[in-house]
Design a binder for this molecule. Structure first.
Ligand code: ADP
Length: 490
């Protein structure tokens, strides 16, 4: 079976072509119907005018026929002349039929003496007018009764009048001139129709072009943005639809701009952060090279400084790699059932030496045992970062308290410290890449400003949340909340 695949008819998928076809067809239909309606109407009216004209003439004639007693004697010159005149005038034929259905007069002289028994004649004998239009052969046939009024004089009562049909006039008149007029009209209508169709074609063509223009404008604007000529917002307010497309695109554009800006900022921050240790190393190395007979102690000291800077560089690179891994599309979670309490204990044991160095008390509280489906490496990174920060940004002899708790859906890890706190205006920025609250004291406290950024990404990957409450000079509490079971999005 041959199947029409409209998708393959590419031209029909064009809105412009569809609009054109709709406009053209909608315009065409009334135009064609109008021609038929006008012609039909004219024909109907012309036939009925002709019929009533002839009938009026025949009625007058019928009276004359009675007056001259023509049915009994057809020799009346006057009536014959009238009959001839009538048949000439209407290019027709008149038959006079008497009450015994016999033709007493035929203007064509063919049927005289014959008997006509047709339905129309019989109906007419009963006093009915009939008329019939034969459009194919081009004539109207009509019958008119010839009626005589009889007066009956009844004794003692009022005289009564009766109409008696004493004959029938059967007439057929030609409608050739109506047909001729119709032909002329039809030809004229055809010419008008062709002109109107051409006009409709042109109007549909122009309209479909105009109606589609806003969409073309939007495509132009989009390709200009694509080719990079401009990055201004798109505005095509011609239609609500194009306005919506424009608005949606502008939103995408501004989102892309934000992403682009943040990427640029990130790149410049990365270069800056990576350059700082290298600059220090270069300065240290140059100063050693520039001096002669440098004492071994100074060498050792500078070399240690250089090693520290290399460590710093290494940490920044590692953090960056961790961040990139989590941002990228390749970031997948390696989910397994993890004993969170055990994990926190292990991390705290690892960090205890740093805390002891600063005389900071590490407290661990487990409210209930927690098993959760998480990526162990990433969650270890999260908890380590938070406890490390709590130790780093603490005061001498301070404390850090880690609490693990859970409900039936989530587990929480709370890391509270008695540290320096975060100023209120900085709180919203701490998760930004490379953000550090106080650049001046940052030198003393080591860090890259990437830790919390990595932490937050890892938590979001687990569909968890991180909240911070901080009071400057008093301390900070970070609360991490993560679902116990991991639901992968399909
Ligand atoms: P860094 O490598 O500097 O620690 P982070 O992203 O981990 O980077 O933290 C960003 C900034 O947030 C830190 O520089 C610090 O100023 C602030 N901050 C983080 N944790 C704490 C905390 N527990 N107490 C006070 N300030 C904190």
């Amino acid at each position: 079976m041959h199947k029409w695949n409209f998708r393959k008819l590419k031209i029909l998928r064009s809105l412009k072509v569809r609009l054109f076809l709709i406009l053209f067809i909608v315009g065409l239909i009334p135009c064609i119907f109008m021609r038929y309606a006008i012609l039909e109407n004219y024909e109907h009216r012309a036939v009925s005018v002709r019929t009533s004209d002839v009938q009026a003439q025949l009625r007058i004639l019928a009276n004359h026929l009675i007056a001259y007693r023509y049915l009994q004697d057809t020799s009346s010159e006057v009536i014959n002349a009238e009959l001839n005149q009538l048949s000439n005038l209407y290019d027709g034929r008149v038959l006079i039929i008497n009450s015994s259905l016999k033709v007493v007069k035929d203007t064509y002289g063919i049927s005289e003496g014959k008997t006509i028994v047709s339905e129309e004649v019989i109906r007419c004998m009963k006093g009915e007018n009939t008329s019939q239009y034969d459009s194919e052969n081009g004539y109207i046939e009509m019958t008119i009764p010839i009626t005589e009024t009889m007066v009956m004089d009844m004794t003692g009562e009022e005289p009564k009048k009766f109409d008696i049909v004493s004959g029938v006039m059967l007439t057929s008149v030609s409608t050739d001139n109506i047909t001729v007029t119709m032909d002329i009209l039809s030809r004229q209508a055809l010419v008008v129709e062709v002109i109107v169709i051409i006009a409709i074609f042109l109007v549909s063509f122009v309209l479909s072009q105009l109606l589609i223009r806003p969409f073309e404008k939007i495509t132009d604007a989009l390709s200009q943005v694509k080719e990079g000529y401009k990055s201004d917002p798109i505005s095509v307010p011609d239609y609500l639809e194009t306005e919506h497309i424009g608005d949606a695109f502008n939103q995408v554009l501004s989102r892309m701009k934000v992403l682009d800006d943040s990427r640029q900022e990130f790149v410049s921050n990365v270069s800056h952060e990576l350059k700082t240790p290298i600059t220090s190393i270069k300065v240290l190395a140059d100063s050693l090279r520039g001096q002669e007979d440098v004492p071994v102690e100074l060498y050792r000291e500078f070399m240690e400084d250089i090693a520290t800077e290399i460590d710093r560089e290494n940490k920044i690179i590692n953090d960056l790699l961790a961040l990139v891994k989590m941002d990228g599309a390749a970031s997948t979670l390696n989910i397994s059932q993890v004993d969170i309490n055990l994990l926190v204990e292990l991390i705290m044991r690892r960090l205890r030496p740093i805390a002891i160095k600063r005389d900071i008390e590490l407290v661990y509280e487990s409210i209930r045992p927690v098993m959760a489906a998480v990526d162990e490496v990433k969650i270890t990174q999260v908890i380590t970062n938070l406890i490390e920060n709590a130790i780093k940004y603490n005061k001498e002899h301070g404390w850090v308290k880690v609490t693990v708790d859970a409900d039936h859906q989530f587990f929480t890890v709370e890391v509270a410290d008695s540290g320096i706190g975060i100023p209120a205006d900085s709180v919203e920025h701490i998760y930004e890449r490379f953000y550090r609250v106080d650049k001046s004291h940052s030198r003393e406290i080591e860090g890259t400003g990437l830790g919390l950024s990595i932490t937050r990404s890892a938590i979001l990957m687990h569909r968890g949340t991180i909240k911070v409450v901080s009071e400057e000079g008093e301390g900070t509490t970070f609360t991490v909340k993560i679902p116990l079971t991991y639901i992968a999005v399909s």
